[in-house]
Design a protein around this ligand. Structure first.
Ligand SMILES: Cc1cc2nc3c(=O)[nH]c(=O)nc-3n(C[C@H](O)[C@H](O)[C@H](O)COP(=O)(O)O)c2cc1C
Length: 368
């Protein structure tokens, strides 16, 4: 309990996931796993941030095919599972829950990451203006090929297996990364999905892949340990939709039938992720529309300050709020908010992705 923010510092249980407070650390790629296996620095990084009620890990690939940039970790080999176990142990020892964000990048990849230098896969062959970090630098992605309909159950199976691996690694659950222009978003949005089969065309068909994945993960580990992240209000790269409101309303209503641990909605992006060419239909569509369509447990994200987060929780608009960038610079963000203390200065965005311990695990906690 905090005298400053009583609602934020009240405990809650989201499905099977207990939170000692309503602040989650948002998923953030930091690209510190050069061998695709979390290192001891990764263990330290997450353990330092375990004052949060819940940590959602950085996006973690479910397969070689789902890999799209350098130094991101996976959850598809025995070595990766063993390494993540050290992270979950460290975080749990501080009374914090942790879930793994499971990720397939789809077209946001490069042949150099794919088995035998093949093309990355997507819903369709829409290449898009997409770059990714490869061993050579920030490069244009390789043009994708559409997944054959017979291949889809295999990819769904990779999400399912990754969720079982996450439980084996000691995670309290998983978050299905359906946001930010990655594979599931490439199925959802008609700017990317040009399929003519039952996974393309109508809104129901474009939501099918998301729901297949969600149902497979629920079947494997239970709905109470399953979360989904959507980013309906931002367009990442050029993965856009001609009419996002009915699309995401349908997706959210379908997810609502599944009694997830929680749905996380990214309500707004920040400069580098925000759309520069929003259409009128996109502008009309607002976060409260999805709140009205969803009766389940909700986490919200995007530029939240403690006051807004307190209001969101105390008004029952949301059950929890996830915090991204402040957790990069201030490892004890929740503790400082509770104490009414100031935060560290922002870390240089150049240290966000890749590099060593600088700007990663060398940020002081209060009193250090
Ligand atoms: C360095 C960095 C890496 C990120 N990586 C991911 C990621 O792996 N998965 C994801 O869903 N969102 C990712 N995001 C988005 C954040 O989760 C969050 O939505 C965004 O930072 C807005 O929240 P904030 O205003 O509290 O920072 C990333 C953001 C940053 C700054």
């Amino acid at each position: 309990m905090s005298e400053h923010y009583p609602a934020l510092f009240s405990p809650v249980t989201l499905g099977a996931i207990a939170m000692k407070n309503r602040l989650a650390m948002a998923p953030m790629t930091r690209a510190r796993s050069p061998e695709r296996v979390p290192t001891q620095s990764v263990v330290t990084y997450y353990t330092q941030r375990a004052g949060a009620g819940l940590i959602i890990t950085e996006a973690t690939q479910i397969s070689v095919q789902g890999t799209g940039s350098i130094a991101t970790p996976g959850i598809h080999t025995a070595e990766q599972i063993a390494a993540w176990k050290k992270v979950t142990d460290g975080v749990h020892a501080r009374g914090c829950s942790i879930i793994c964000q499971i990720w397939h990048v789809g077209r946001v990849s490069h042949a150099s990451f794919q088995e035998n230098g093949q093309a990355p896969v997507s819903s369709s062959d829409v290449h898009g203006e997409v770059n990714t970090f490869t061993a050579e630098g920030f490069e244009r992605t390789t043009p994708p090929r559409p997944l054959a309909i017979e291949e889809i159950p295999g990819v769904v199976g990779d999400y399912r297996k990754a969720s079982l691996n996450a439980i084996e690694a000691g995670f309290d659950g998983v978050q299905i990364h359906a946001a930010s222009g990655y594979l599931i978003d490439q199925f959802l949005r008609d700017g990317c999905n040009r399929r003519q089969d039952e996974y393309g065309g109508s809104i129901e068909n474009r939501c099918r892949f998301l729901l297949d994945v969600t149902d497979a993960v629920i079947d494997a580990i239970g709905a109470g340990r399953t979360s989904v992240r959507l980013s309906p209000f931002t367009v990442t790269w050029d993965c856009s939709d001609s009419n996002p409101q009915p699309l995401f309303t349908h997706a959210v209503k379908e997810l609502d039938k599944r009694d997830l641990a929680f749905l996380e909605i990214v309500e707004r992006g920040f400069e580098s992720l925000a759309a520069t060419n929003r259409t009128a239909a996109e502008d009309e569509f607002q976060p409260h529309h999805l709140r009205e369509a969803y009766s389940g447990r909700l986490m919200v994200n995007g530029c939240y300050q403690p006051e807004d987060a307190e209001n969101a929780v105390s008004s029952d608009y949301a059950d929890a709020v996830s915090i991204g960038r402040p957790y990069v610079s201030t490892p004890d963000y929740a503790e400082r908010v509770a104490a009414g203390a100031t935060l560290n200065e922002d870390v240089d965005p150049l240290a966000w992705y890749g590099g060593g311990d600088e700007g990663y695990i060398d940020l002081p906690a209060m009193g250090e």
